[in-house]
Write a protein that binds this ligand. Structure first.
Ligand code: ZN
Length: 237
């Protein structure tokens, strides 16, 4: 038991250390700010099942955009809002649903918003569960299960980092696990490590309709994905 406790303390300590090794303290440096120019505006297609109001999503995207603009000069501009319904809530079916529903619309990144079901929330609080995902074909379809800035920014990071999946520090550390059931302990950073930031800057101008070269692919979209465009989301404020 004592050894287990020591292991937990060590793990927590390592997590804190890893979360600290980021660009957080460099952001006021003039060279750093110059490297972020010119700013790239990402055209965002928002797909929602109605879990959150449009105001909530807009506010959330605005906050995420500001965090990314400071680090890499990338901003998020929500262009269109569409409805989406999820038939199956596993990773690949949700990503394929998003790809089908957004067919024919013009955008850089498509973000599908939903919220945890009661069962998912229970699983997540007990052992942890996925909070967000991105496809490994185009790296442009993202689904998030809650309005958590780190979750979305981590997935957007994957849209610009292809040489590796995850890192030992900062935003691109693997998604956290539940240390103690029902007690949310998080040491996650919203800041990129210096190395990851360099790669994001390198790929900042990528064209999203093109399939990038990725080190390894896990969540690949089926080639036969049928187009099934969703209707626009009328303004509900
Ligand atoms: Zn990841």
């Amino acid at each position: 038991m004592k050894n287990t406790l020591r292991l937990h303390v060590l793990l927590v300590f390592l997590l804190i250390l890893s979360a600290c090794a980021t660009v957080k303290n460099q952001m006021n440096d003039s060279d750093f700010m110059a490297q972020n120019q010119p700013v790239r505006e990402l055209k965002i297609l928002v797909a929602s099942d109605g879990s959150h109001t449009r105001d909530q999503i807009d506010q959330f995207l605005q906050e995420c955009s500001e965090i990314f603009r400071e680090q890499v000069g990338i901003t998020f501009i929500p262009l269109k809002y569409i409805w989406i319904q999820w038939e199956n809530r596993d990773v690949i079916p949700m990503l394929e649903e998003l790809a089908r529903s957004t067919e024919g619309y013009e955008f850089d990144l498509a973000i599908g918003f939903t919220r945890w079901t009661t069962g998912e929330l229970l699983t997540r609080n007990l052992v942890g569960a996925w909070e967000g995902c991105i496809d490994d074909t185009y790296r442009r379809y993202i689904v998030v299960k809650h309005l958590d800035k780190r979750t979305l920014l981590h997935e957007v990071g994957h849209a610009f980092i292809f040489s590796h999946a995850h890192s030992n520090s900062g935003l691109m550390m693997p998604v956290s696990f539940q240390i103690v059931p029902f007690i949310p302990i998080k040491f996650e950073s919203i800041y990129l490590s210096s190395e990851d930031r360099i790669e994001v800057l390198k790929n900042k101008g990528r064209q999203f309709a093109q399939i990038p070269m990725i080190a390894s692919r896990e969540h690949v979209l089926a080639k036969t994905t049928r187009s099934r465009p969703s209707p626009l989301w009328p303004e509900i404020r």
